[in-house]
Design a protein around this ligand. Structure first.
Ligand SMILES: N[C@@H](CCC(=O)N[C@@H](CS)C(=O)NCC(=O)O)C(=O)O
Length: 201
């Protein structure tokens, strides 16, 4: 299987962590991509018309996106319900935590695009503030519940990738001091080989 991804994409990292945790990483051929909303990548566009990574292309040539769907596809390949609880409150808590982590990454990437891609004269501070407020609220919600990395699930993996992305791209944020329990959660996750091996450079 081919995985279109990049070293710094937090969504790509989520999929790589999932593959490692499920013992499927060796089955992936990683295709490193460069792209932004204003820098088209035709190889990615051919696999995903939305022009986003990660995209998984199966050995049969089927393109699977986005990271939410790829993660569940890999989980199914590994026998099912390894990282996705099967049913009930536990399943929807894990899926909702995944959505929360994805939302943090979406908002943070939005800010990054705004600051690095949009010409300065077109930048709009209330837009940036609104996105960062989403991150702040989501972190408070994530911190409201005491979290242990184990047993691992898709929600915890996604939250870990989101926290690590904030640390990587927004080192000035004070979430570690504001939410020490999230900091220890992330530090414990970071020791797992799946996280250590996929650290953004
Ligand atoms: N919902 C998607 C989000 C993926 C995403 O935003 N990827 C970024 C890189 S981290 C991207 O491809 N950006 C290019 C663009 O938005 O055009 C997922 O879960 O995979």
């Amino acid at each position: 299987m081919k995985l279109h991804t990049s070293v710094t994409s937090p969504f790509g990292r989520k999929v790589k962590v999932v593959a490692i945790e499920l013992g499927l990483f060796d089955r992936l051929e990683l295709l490193q991509e460069q792209l932004t909303p204003v820098q088209a990548n035709e190889r990615v566009n051919a696999a995903n018309p939305l022009g986003k990574i990660p995209v998984l292309v199966t050995d049969e040539g089927q393109a699977i996106y986005d990271s939410v769907v790829i993660a569940e596809y890999l989980d199914d390949m590994a026998g099912g319900h390894r990282l996705f609880p099967a049913a009930g409150a536990e399943r929807y808590a894990a899926l909702t935590l995944q959505a929360l982590g994805d939302g943090i990454m979406d908002a943070a990437i939005g800010v990054r695009y705004e600051l690095s891609l949009r010409p300065e004269q077109y930048r709009w501070q209330p837009w940036i503030d609104g996105l960062m407020a989403k991150v702040t609220r989501a972190l408070a919600t994530a911190a409201a519940v005491e979290r242990q990395p184990l047993p691992l699930d898709i929600g915890k993996i996604t939250l870990g990738c989101a926290l690590a992305f904030l640390e990587f791209r927004f080192p000035e944020l004070t979430w570690r001091q504001d939410h020490p329990s999230l900091a220890s959660f992330m530090d414990e996750l970071a020791e797992r080989p799946s996280f250590a091996k996929t650290k953004p450079a």
